[in-house]
Design a protein around this ligand. Structure first.
Ligand code: TEU
Length: 543
């Protein structure tokens, strides 16, 4: 199946998954130790976020060596053991390739700084005086996107942190190096790849000021990006492997291009528009409750649009950059369990390949941090300062972070009710969420009514029902913001999925012929087709 329709991917943030040696940081042997848990859940692939040598300015997305394991996460032998033990359980590993930029600690950048022309051409250095950057572009983490190097009399581009220097993909030597890295990992038995912000790799021929924005319109889905991806996949020898591109501020048309099998680029893409429906005026740092009409419209547009273009979506609510879905789109209190299940079903039954982020299958919540000292993320720490410079009080800035910080997704995985939620016997690098004592794997694995068991059922259903894998999709009730509803069908089978996105009862007018349909799945014990849906109820009907 060229699009991996029957597969489910589980994302692991190793630093926060399980600590095997008590140093407070999760590690690769910690992942190996939990493989039976993952096999029981039923996932096919594990995507591991970067564990390569790194100064950890951006938690490993600042890579200093693409072919080694950072000692804080273990050894190459530990990784080989993990690959082998996962394989024995029918699980493949996907690695996270951060190819838009390297750490400024990478040997290439160091040699560039030392004056080697060859390596200066690996990056985007531009001449210029110390008081005027080449353009007015803004870094995604705040502040200018250029850094001046006095010794060279040059600026270098960094779309992210100042220690994350953008690579020059126009240089064929850079592209050849990156393809070699893929070959290296494929040789180790790695089964797939996730490509970090890969739609930002192709920069414009000339660098000019952006008078209407932060510069992104010049490099997002840039002029050569499709050609570079085709070349990378061919030269890296990864055609046929599962690949997912993280696409920042992308378009439907480009994502069709990236994933239509005829183009030999990627098997699927992450897009983020549905995770910006609670950004006021598109600003992540301006709070607003989720706009459910917009959420529904975006799902319909991306699901039906990718289908029409023969593209393929990665389906997800959560990752290491996002607050927890149940805290954001569900109800952490009274309807915690119902809403966590409803959100899972809402995307798992769509057309695409689902991704589960560690702890999502338990209904893990946001951290609920209340002091700046609890945060670790460079973006959060930057914006804590920026928000106060923009006039927010300290309390307001903390409230904004509590809702928006990436650290909400990075707190330790909650394994049991013991100290540090069973994540470490040492001092965790980041604190456990305040729900650690009540929401954890030990309580959920054996409980047939748990969020965990519901996710397990969702994964099993995808394997059992071809209509979930490859059926067509069409959305219903576009004018009702409370009710997310879609139909899936193929020659044999037909499903109707109804999700109440709210905490109140909503009326439903079932389309003709569904009144007596069977219940495939529900999150209330006595689920049946009727005239209403209860708070956060999901009902999947079949006929
Ligand atoms: O993230 C890309 C990205 O732009 C965002 O998700 C970002 O965190 C958000 O827009 C900030 O508001 C990827 C990685 O997933 C992330 O962890 C890295 O920090 C980033 O690239 C840089 O490598």
């Amino acid at each position: 199946m060229e699009h991996f329709q029957d597969k489910v991917v589980y994302q692991i943030y190793p630093k926060s998954f399980f600590d095997s040696n008590g140093d407070g940081l999760g590690d690769l042997p910690g992942v190996t130790a939990k493989l039976d848990y993952l096999r029981d859940l039923g996932v096919d692939y594990l995507w591991l976020t970067p564990f390569f040598p790194s100064p950890q300015r951006d938690n490993g997305y600042d890579v200093a060596d693409y072919r080694a394991v950072d000692p804080r996460f273990g050894t190459m032998q530990d990784l080989e053991t993990l690959i082998r033990e996962a394989d024995r359980r029918g699980i493949g590993l996907m690695l996270d390739m951060v190819f838009n930029h390297t750490s400024t600690e990478h040997a290439w950048f160091r040699r560039a700084l030392a004056g080697e022309k060859k390596y200066q051409d690996y990056y985007l250095f531009r001449e210029g005086g110390p008081d005027k950057p080449p353009t007015n572009w803004v870094s995604k983490f705040g502040g200018p996107a250029w850094q001046y190097v006095p010794a060279l009399g040059k600026w270098y581009l960094h779309l992210f942190d100042v220690t994350q220097a953008d690579l020059n993909w126009e240089n064929p030597a850079v592209r050849a190096e990156l393809a070699e890295i893929l070959r290296f990992w494929k040789g180790k038995g790695i089964k797939g790849f996730r490509f970090d912000v890969v739609n930002l790799i192709s920069k414009p021929a000339a660098f000019v000021d952006d008078d209407r924005g932060d510069g992104r319109r010049f490099y997002t889905d840039g002029r050569n990006v499709h050609r570079y991806l085709q070349e990378l996949v061919a030269a890296g020898g990864i055609g046929g492997m599962i690949t997912v591109g993280e696409m920042s501020s992308t378009t439907l048309e480009n994502c069709i291009g990236y994933t239509d099998p005829a183009n030999h680029e990627l098997t699927m893409t992450f897009s983020f528009h549905h995770l910006k429906v609670d950004y006021k005026n598109g600003d992540k740092w301006a709070l607003m409750p989720p706009d459910r009409s917009q959420l529904k419209a975006l799902f319909a547009r991306w699901q039906e649009g990718m289908q029409a273009g023969n593209g393929w979506n990665a389906l997800f609510w959560c990752n290491h950059d996002q607050p927890r879905a149940v805290s954001r789109f569900g109800d952490e209190g009274r309807y915690w369990k119902e809403s966590a299940k409803m959100l899972g079903a809402a995307i798992h039954l769509m057309r695409g390949t689902p991704y589960i982020y560690q702890g999502e299958e338990l209904g893990m919540t946001n951290a609920h941090f209340t002091a700046i000292s609890q945060y670790r993320d460079v973006e959060s720490l930057n914006y804590y300062r920026i928000l106060q410079q923009q006039g927010e009080t300290e309390a307001q800035a903390l409230e904004t972070l509590a809702r928006r910080s990436r650290d909400n997704g990075r707190t330790p995985m909650q394994w049991d009710a013991g100290p540090n939620a069973g994540f470490t016997t040492g001092t965790p690098w980041i604190g456990v969420a305040d729900t650690g004592k009540t929401i954890h794997a030990a309580a959920e694995v054996g409980d047939p009514d748990s969020v965990y068991s519901f996710y397990k059922r969702l994964i099993a259903l995808r394997k059992e029902r071809r209509v979930i894998q490859s059926g067509r999709i069409a959305f219903l009730f576009p004018d009702n913001p409370d009710l997310l509803a879609y139909r899936r069908w193929d020659a044999q089978d037909e499903l109707l999925v109804l999700c109440n996105l709210t905490g109140h009862t909503v009326p439903v007018a079932l389309p003709g012929g569904w009144q007596n349909a069977g219940v495939l799945l529900g999150n209330y014990p006595d689920a049946a087709p009727g005239k209403t849906l209860r708070p956060y109820e999901v009902l999947a009907l079949e006929r």
